[in-house]
Design a protein around this ligand. Structure first.
Ligand code: M6R
Length: 614
């Protein structure tokens, strides 16, 4: 889950690489570095534990002149995030330099072979071995291209790699195997770029070539040639991409996370605005076509994703089952990709991924592609690796999300799923057009309803201060709010490093209630819906055991006074809209607790925005 970048041109390579790496920091921020071919034709490097700003500081003191180079921002897999394990890595003679995203699954075995040949390693990483393998082949008189290609064939797992060698100085060779964050080549005027994704190089060029798995590119002075690994050279297709919204500003907010929570009424409005149009007695998506017979033979739907996107899928499952009456299941993509699921061409896969680059989600999508299944993608990143697999892409349209903890993309994803469920319902005639129209009309109230919840910001901030001393939390919900409970607990874990668990309230008696005492606040979603009485009973049972309770209740319901310690009032709304509202106070609660504890809210420890390795 690292970001990699290469530059060959006339500008100062250090400046281009650092600025591009900053845009890739969402992929990892444990350490970073670069290697540059300097004006005396020597490869120089600089690397450090820490973030790109630290590297930037070092490079102010020590500028490396040169117009060719590679860079890396790391999310540590093998070896601590220290200077020694930072990329780029070189062979023992510093004649080959590489940056790598992925995991060399057979590295132990390869390392032993190389050690047997007398090579000595400097780092604890699996990546370093790639530089040694290339170097060893160069010593056997293979060309640089052949050495990289043979190395690509020998290492197992998923990879994106860039390599430079002093034997063939004015070249950068890149290759991609499997799904490890992708590689895109950018054509400028008299300059070439290569990066993990277009966001890193979009300010310089929009003429791009995406490398597919098992392809290699040889970049030189204003040139690029493409080769299948172990095969022949080929001419690639170029894409001309409209560079997406790269509004990276925090505006007046202290952090991206709070900005992205607070702007949800607007982002949901944007999500709404590109969705549905009525066409006589049909409903169509505005930004893409779902062919008429697309769902005709579909008899089963699997929804998949990871993290927040997985919980969005669970909400989507409720929507689809109740509005379209199609058997649905939600599966963690990291499990689904290795499962022997009974799937065939009548199974529809719906993948949800904010980034469109999550390795496990891509793995599941690739598997379903081989089985001939139809696929719909729900994503916030147009033109991602996932969009190149799916048949149909629904754009969440929430705007770029920078905070590592997903917030507005959750509400954007569930809105897309709600509309997809409505469309499937009308296609399958489980929903009449007036019923669908009324649901869509309801959804147009979301910006206003969400705004009412966002206005509770100061109240939630106070509450977070009060509860920040606790080390454990339970989140309970039922129905549509069960996945919200899981998502609320995930948010708290991610940014404030506090242990939190989500449960369906019905599970409490089956074990978790043993945890209840006055040290573990329980956040219970008890809206006035068909689960209310059951939820009330659970709350009562927790109270009877001296539990501490925060209740999310429908505005104006005072029935739980005396049972709950703190209340968060959610405006009354149609049932399908509740998860859009209940999640906001939980996001705010996590943000303010993390702030109170003094943590880096936008870049929490051990995490990365996009998880491009398994
Ligand atoms: O880009 P994706 O939606 O595929 O990412 C999936 C998860 O990695 C992501 O939701 C992660 O759990 C977030 N940090 C949650 O806040």
């Amino acid at each position: 889950m690292c970001g990699i970048v290469g530059y060959l041109g006339y500008r100062n390579a250090q400046d281009v690489i650092v600025s591009s790496l900053q845009k890739l920091e969402y992929r990892g921020y444990d350490s970073c570095g670069l290697a540059i071919l300097n004006s005396e034709n020597k490869i120089e490097y600089m690397k450090t534990a820490g973030k790109i700003n630290d590297l930037k500081e070092m490079l102010i003191e020590y500028r490396i002149p040169g117009n060719f180079g590679i860079g890396h921002t790391r999310w540590a897999t093998h070896g601590k995030p220290d200077d020694r394990n930072a990329h780029p890595h070189s062979d023992g003679d510093s004649s080959v330099w590489i940056v790598h995203n992925g995991i060399v699954e057979n590295y132990q075995e390869l390392k032993t072979e190389l050690e047997y040949k007398g090579y000595k390693f400097k780092s604890e990483t699996d990546s370093e071995i790639i530089a040694f393998l290339i170097s060893d082949l160069l010593k056997q008189e293979y060309s640089f291209v052949e050495s990289v290609e043979k190395t690509a064939e020998v290492i197992t797992g998923s990879h994106s790699v860039l390599a430079m060698a002093d034997k063939d100085m004015r070249k950068v060779i890149g290759f991609r195997k499997g799904h490890a964050g992708g590689l895109v080549v950018g054509y400028g005027n008299d300059e070439m770029f290569i990066a993990s994704d277009m966001s890193a190089i979009g300010e310089y060029t929009n003429k791009l070539v995406y490398l597919e798995s098992d392809q290699l590119v040889i970049l030189g002075d204003n040139s690029a040639s493409y080769k299948d690994i172990g095969g022949g050279y080929f001419e690639p297709d170029h894409s001309f991409i409209e560079v997406p919204d790269t509004h990276f500003s925090k505006d007046d907010f202290d952090h991206y996370m709070i900005k992205e929570i607070i702007e949800q009424p607007r982002s949901i409005y944007n999500s709404l605005s590109n969705k549905i149009i009525f066409n006589d007695d049909k409903i169509e998506f505005e930004d893409f076509i779902l062919p008429n017979d697309f769902t005709k033979d579909i008899n089963r739907i699997i929804l998949t994703g990871m993290g927040t996107s997985l919980y969005a899928c669970e909400v989507g499952q409720y929507f689809i089952e109740s509005l379209a009456n199609i058997p649905c299941q939600t599966e963690d993509a990291s499990e689904l990709r290795y499962k022997d699921s009974p799937i065939d061409e009548n199974t529809l896969l719906i993948s949800v991924t904010q980034s469109g680059e999550t390795a496990d989600t891509l793995g599941a999508m690739s598997l379903f592609q081989t089985k001939g299944c139809k696929q719909i993608l729900i994503s916030n990143s147009v033109g991602s690796a996932a969009s190149r697999i799916a048949d149909i892409e629904i754009n969440i349209n929430s705007g770029i999300e920078i905070g590592v903890a997903s917030t507005k993309s959750f509400t954007g994803s569930i809105l897309s799923l709600l509309f997809l469920a409505i469309k499937l319902g009308t296609d399958k005639s489980t929903l009449s057009i007036p019923e669908a129209e009324s649901l869509i009309l309801d959804s147009t109230k979301l910006p206003d309803l969400m705004n009412q919840v966002v206005e509770m910001n100061p109240q939630i901030e106070m509450m977070a201060k009060k509860y920040s001393k606790y080390n454990h939390f339970l989140y309970l919900g039922r129905g549509l709010n069960k996945p919200v409970a899981f998502e609320g607990a995930l948010k708290l874990k991610e940014v404030s490093y506090i242990h939190a668990e989500g449960y369906s309230a019905g599970q409490m008696k089956h074990g978790p209630i043993a945890l209840v005492d006055n040290n573990i606040p329980v956040i219970a979603m008890a809206l006035t819906d068909n689960y209310y009485e059951k939820m009330r009973n659970t709350i009562q049972e927790i109270k009877a055991r001296s539990g501490i309770l925060i209740g999310l209740v429908t505005k104006g319901n005072y029935d739980l006074d005396g049972l709950i310690d703190d209340v968060i009032e959610i405006p009354e709304c149609p049932k399908y809209l509740t998860p859009f509202l209940t999640i906001i106070p939980l996001q705010l609660f996590s943000y303010y607790i993390a702030l109170e504890l003094g943590y880096d809210v936008d870049q929490p420890r051990n995490l990365a925005k996009t998880v491009t390795v398994e």
